[in-house]
Ligand binder design. Structure first.
Ligand code: ZN
Length: 306
């Protein structure tokens, strides 16, 4: 979601927190953070506004089974044979399901190059309490399995193995340190009901402090455009009707996870958890598999240059 990093997360139980999360986001102008979108924000800028997603026919779609649960992967090889052998992909599951229990830690300010922002945020949820952080982990597991099946080495920035975070700067460093060929940060949005669809967030040209995106703006745009086009094809979802002028692409300079990246990286907001129709999709395991497939297809298309 587009977090409100100016307002500390509230201590709530998860089901109750669900209601608090949207209040945090919708109730504040400039509701922003590492991921997501908002109402109090200028329209799409830069290359995104004039760059529609790649035609859906631009890359092949791979047919894979759609299990109702994420494929088990602990025993899967880290890398192997296949079209993505030798390539490294970092997947960044947005937020952490337990961030809300660690308010002080996630509110700690971190340097994102151009400014300072909170370490991490809590994320949003559906009205029924399905947390964005649970969604992002589930899609990330599915995506990992799909990419490993093509031979890629896949690293998650975290795997439900820590009490909070990682902080947004650390999330970026994990991709950098891995020398990733591509990084995707997985999110779902928390916007008003009626706002529907997905969008991919591209890094803007940013230089400041330790941030310099000049080398990743171009390849990240290529990566994001391919993901957007193939996400449409896999899920049947439409590009966002409230961000990006129906292109499914947005460009931002306020996200530490993008500003600090030195490798091609995009965020994807898979849908709006606060819209009932989108929520019905986001809570469907079958749809999440399609979402992961679309993202995997986009990454594969980018890495194969097809
Ligand atoms: Zn998010």
């Amino acid at each position: 979601m587009r977090h409100d990093e100016s307002v500390p997360p509230t201590f709530r139980r998860p089901a109750v927190f669900a209601a608090a999360a949207i209040a945090l986001c919708l109730g504040a102008a400039g509701c922003g953070g590492d991921g997501g979108t908002a109402q109090a924000r200028p329209g799409p800028g830069g290359v995104a506004a004039s760059s529609p997603p790649a035609p859906s026919s631009s890359a092949p779609v791979r047919t894979t089974p759609s299990p109702s649960k994420p494929p088990a992967s602990p025993s899967a090889p880290e890398t192997g044979s296949g079209p993505l052998a030798g390539r490294t992909v970092v997947i960044d599951p947005g937020h952490n399901p337990r961030n809300y229990l660690h308010t002080a830690e996630i509110n700690r300010q971190v340097d994102i190059g151009t400014t300072h922002k909170e370490c991490d945020t809590t994320g949003t949820s559906t009205n029924a309490g399905y947390a964005e952080a649970e969604f992002t982990l589930d899609v990330s597991h599915r995506l990992r399995a799909l990419l490993r099946a093509q031979g890629a080495k896949v690293i998650l920035t975290y795997d439900d193995d820590r009490p909070f975070g990682p902080c947004v700067d650390e999330r970026a460093r994990i991709g950098n340190k891995a020398g990733a060929d591509a990084v995707v940060s997985v999110h779902a949005d928390g916007s008003a009901a009626g706002n529907r669809g997905f969008h991919v967030i591209l890094p803007a040209l940013v230089r400041g402090g330790s941030a310099d995106t000049s080398k990743i703006v171009g390849p990240s745009r290529d990566l994001g455009t391919r993901i957007a086009g193939l996400f449409v094809r896999s899920t049947g979802s439409s590009p966002s009707n409230y961000v990006g002028g129906n292109t499914g692409l947005d460009t931002r300079k306020d996200l530490g996870g993008l500003n600090l990246s030195t490798v091609p990286k995009v965020f994807i907001e898979c849908g709006n958890m606060r819209d009932p129709k989108d929520a019905a999709l986001l809570t469907s395991a079958g749809w999440r598999q399609k979402a992961a497939q679309g993202i995997a297809d986009g990454i594969s298309s980018y890495l194969n240059g097809q």
